[in-house]
Design a protein around this ligand. Structure first.
Ligand code: MN
Length: 252
């Protein structure tokens, strides 16, 4: 079994070290990850600059390849150029911070798994919904079990699994729920500031909007201290509107 591992927090993030430790117990693993943090870059790819790869060592051993690109770049390059064996799964994470509801679209972590799926490989994204409680052990064990189940059972073409672990200690986790993506997003504002040279700059900030309440929605399940697992597809077509739109009679 061969697993390609990536993330968006960068190759030196503790989450990817934990994911490698866990998955290397059931598979040959290859780490290909951004050289610095690339959170919230979504599905961006690099076209205007060359991609450079460097070998990273940890504790005197080869750890993986660092790439000066995005998570999606890492998956493309990993699958096309760096992997020497056929890859059975692409695993992305373990991210620090939630990847739920509308915010999935901005996520580098989920986009890496989506890139795998687009290229025809199974994809798994896994995130901690806490920035403060780095409980990588539970998430790592979960990733290990899910990796095995994905490889045994397969995933439908075009589908990845997006996993979020609630922000509590493992013994306080109340279960695992298969969920839908919620509609929640951030209530955003720009903090307007002035730099030492008297020039104005803006910094995007915000807080989560709680607008999801159904018991099968990712954000709700996390609030109930349960693990959320959502099957995600990247066909963005609104099938329910196809008929109506065809009757608009669009003629320039
Ligand atoms: Mn991240």
């Amino acid at each position: 079994m061969n697993i390609l591992i990536t993330n968006d927090d960068g190759i030196h993030a503790p989450g990817i070290i934990a994911l490698k430790n866990h998955l290397s117990q059931i598979a040959n693993v290859l780490v290909v990850a951004p050289d610095t943090e690339r959170s919230a870059v979504g599905h961006a790819i690099t076209l205007s600059d060359p991609l450079r790869v460097s070998e990273i060592e940890k504790d005197g051993e080869f750890f993986g390849f660092a790439v000066n690109g995005t998570p999606a770049d890492c998956v493309k390059l990993g699958l096309r150029c760096l992997a020497t064996e056929p890859v059975d799964l692409v695993a992305s994470g373990i991210n620090l911070g939630p990847n739920t509801a509308t915010n999935i679209i901005y996520s580098g972590t989920v986009s890496a798994a989506a890139e795998a799926v687009i290229m025809g490989f199974p994809g798994l994204a896994i995130s901690l919904t806490s920035f403060d409680i780095p409980e990588f052990e539970y998430a790592g064990l979960l990733a290990r079990q899910l990796a095995r189940k994905i490889i045994d059972n397969g995933l439908p073409e075009g589908t990845l699994l997006n996993v979020n672990v609630p922000p509590v200690k493992p013994e306080e986790i109340k279960g695992i729920v298969i969920t839908r993506q919620g509609k929640g997003r951030f209530e955003e504002f720009f903090d307007k500031r002035v730099d030492p040279n008297n020039r104005t700059y803006y910094w995007l900030a915000g807080k989560r909007m709680n607008i999801d309440y159904e018991d099968d929605v990712d954000e709700v399940v996390i609030r109930q201290n349960k693990v959320s697992i959502t099957p995600i597809r990247y066909d963005l077509t609104d099938v329910s509107m196809l008929n109506e739109l065809s009757q608009w009679n669009i003629i320039p």
